[in-house]
Structures are given as structure tokens and as C-alpha cells.
Design a protein around this ligand. Structure first.
Ligand SMILES: C[S@@+](CC[C@H](N)C(=O)[O-])C[C@H]1O[C@@H](n2cnc3c(N)ncnc32)[C@H](O)[C@@H]1O
Length: 306
């Protein structure tokens, strides 16, 4: 068990920054027991982690649930302009957590369905929909079982990300699942934290050998307690399994699943204090002017080519 604390003292929505073991070349939960050092504990540990944190996040400051209930969309401006008019379109949100972004898309007129493997998150999402008076459907299932969970229903738009794909052990299977959720010609809109920034040392921004980019590292982490979304909370389940997917791996998986990529945008700001010296500016965390530009988030729009 490794109890290194993240050096920045900041946990992230997508990952933690301490220890990782490494492994490569496996595909999905079904095969994990065959891979040395990786087994069903990936799924079980992560679900326990999220089950405990979902209710804490609803009550914490990070997600600003009160602002949402008072009418402020949780969506970022670039998401609204990049995806465009969603009114009347069906939108599926895999790994929806407690549904804040899902319900915000409903506020834009989409007919929304969210999915998450955490029963606590799904309960919280349904409760939030009720409090907000928004019509939405939330389903509890593993993301790889999404098509079955929705009875093979297909959607105009599949929206996901912001700390989602790092929790998954097989990116090709993820992309194939996203394709199975789309109607012919349907859109996949993915917004994620940029993998390059995970490989940079906090203070110097030099490439960091122990989190080397593209080496297929699996991060098996044990933080002491707490969560990015509920600072100071005492938690019992603190073990996580994650994988940093490089941009090349993500793009190749999406193209390989039959999508045509329309754009990939990279952003030199992010949504949380990933580095201790980032400057908070409204809902963004930005680099100071003396730090050269480097990518911290990306967005990708693709359409199913069938
Ligand atoms: C950081 S949230 C991302 C959602 C959203 N961007 C947010 O911040 O609210 C990650 C979500 O992925 C879910 N998750 C992790 N692994 C999953 C899996 N195998 N199947 C379905 N959901 C999963 C977790 O329960 C959690 O709610």
C-alpha cells in the first residue's frame, strides 16, 4: 500500500497524483484476472470510492449544486457553443456521476439519460432531478454494459468526460460502447482533462519520469482520506485504480470504433487547481502569463460514420 500524498495537495476530478503500478495489454474487466496485478478489485475499489463520495459531492462546494438549483447551468461556455443546439435531441451521458451536467443539458432542451455504476450516484442524480423539477432518466450499470442497460436504445448525442475515461481499463472497448449508443450519424462529444499535463512535474513543468507519458501506466492509489469535491471529508474507501489514456490512444480508439472526428480542441486552462500556482478566474484555473502555454483540457466532436 502506498500512502504518498499528492505533492500539490490537490486531488483531481479524474485522477490522483500519487502511486501507480503498471501494466499493459489487457481488455476490460472480464480479462483482468488474467493480468498480473490487475483484477476485479479495479471495479470494486473504484465503485466503493465513488459510492462514498457521490453524496459528499452533492453537499460540497466543488460542484456548486445550489447555483444549479437557482438556475445556473453547470456546463462550460465552450461546451455549449461547440455542441450547439441540443433542443429536442436525445442525449446519453455515460459516467454521469450525480447528474449535474446531464441535467444541465436537459436545461438546454435535450432529452437526457445518464448512466453510472455507482448506485449512490444514481440515487443522488434522481433526487437532484426531482429537486430541480427536470425530467431525466438515470440508470445504474457499468459503462461497458451501457447498451444492454438502455435496452439497445440509441441516442442522437453521447456526451461524456471530465474525469471519466481515466477510470476505465480498456479504451477500445469504451469507444465501441460509445458507438453502440449512437444512432447512425450520431455525435460523440468528449471533454477531458489533457493527459500531457499528468506527466509534468508540479513546480517545474518538466516531464516527470515516474508518470511517463504513454507508458501504459495503471495508477493504483491509496489516498489518506477525502475528495476533490468535498475537502476535509473523512472517508473510509480511499483506494483507486486508474489509467491515463494518451491523446493518441483515445483518438485511435474513437476512429477505430467507426467515428469520423470533426475536431479536437486543446485548452490551456482547466477547471480545478491541478497545479498549485494556477490562477482562479471565474470557473477556470489559468496559467500565469510567465508560464508558457501547455494543454490542460481537450474537447472532441465525432460523428458515427454509418
Ligand atoms: C469525475 S466523474 C465524471 C463525471 C462528471 N464529469 C462529473 O464530474 O460530475 C466519474 C464518474 O465515473 C463513474 N465511473 C467510474 N467507473 C465507471 C464504470 N466502470 N462504469 C460506470 N461509471 C463509472 C464514477 O462513479 C463517477 O461518477
Amino acid at each position: 500500500m502506498n500512502r504518498d500524498l499528492p505533492r500539490s495537495g490537490c486531488e483531481t476530478p479524474g485522477k490522483t497524483r500519487a502511486f501507480r503500478s503498471q501494466n499493459e495489454g489487457f481488455s476490460g474487466f472480464g480479462d483482468m484476472t488474467a493480468v498480473p496485478g490487475v483484477g476485479p478489485e479495479w471495479f470494486e475499489a473504484n465503485r466503493a470510492w465513488w459510492d462514498e463520495r457521490a453524496p459528499l459531492h452533492v453537499g460540497g462546494d466543488f460542484y456548486e449544486v445550489d447555483a444549479f438549483l437557482s438556475g445556473t447551468s453547470a456546463l462550460r461556455d465552450f461546451e455549449l457553443s461547440e455542441l450547439g443546439d441540443v433542443a429536442g435531441r436525445t442525449l446519453c451521458h455515460p459516467q454521469c456521476h450525480f447528474g449535474l451536467d446531464t441535467l444541465s443539458w436537459a436545461g438546454e432542451g435535450a432529452i437526457v439519460s445518464g448512466l453510472d455504476f455507482s448506485p449512490e450516484a444514481i440515487d443522488a442524480a434522481s433526487a437532484l432531478a426531482e429537486r430541480a423539477g427536470i425530467d431525466a432518466r438515470f440508470v445504474c450499470a457499468d459503462v461497458y454494459d451501457a447498451s444492454q442497460a438502455f435496452g439497445s436504445e440509441q441516442f442522437d448525442i453521447v456526451y461524456t468526460g471530465l474525469g471519466a475515461i481515466n477510470w476505465l481499463p480498456d479504451i477500445d472497448r469504451w469507444a465501441a460502447t460509445m458507438a453502440s449508443l449512437c444512432v447512425p450519424g450520431g455525435a460523440l462529444y468528449l471533454v477531458e482533462f489533457h493527459p500531457t499535463s499528468n506527466s509534468l512535474e508540479d513546480e517545474s513543468l518538466v516531464a516527470e519520469a515516474r508518470i511517463a507519458y504513454g507508458m501504459g501506466h495503471i495508477w493504483h492509489d491509496e489516498i489518506l482520506s477525502g475528495s476533490y469535491g468535498a475537502e476535509g471529508a473523512a472517508t473510509l474507501h480511499n483506494e483507486t485504480w486508474e489509467r491515463v489514456w494518451t491523446l493518441g490512444e483515445v483518438l485511435s480508439a474513437i476512429a477505430g470504433a467507426g467515428f469520423r472526428i470533426e475536431f479536437l480542441h486543446e485548452f490551456d486552462y482547466t477547471l480545478y487547481r491541478q497545479f498549485p500556482w494556477l490562477i482562479e478566474n471565474g470557473r477556470h484555473f489559468e496559467r500565469p502569463p510567465e508560464v508558457p502555454s501547455f494543454p490542460m483540457m481537450y474537447s472532441l466532436l465525432a460523428h458515427l460514420d454509418r
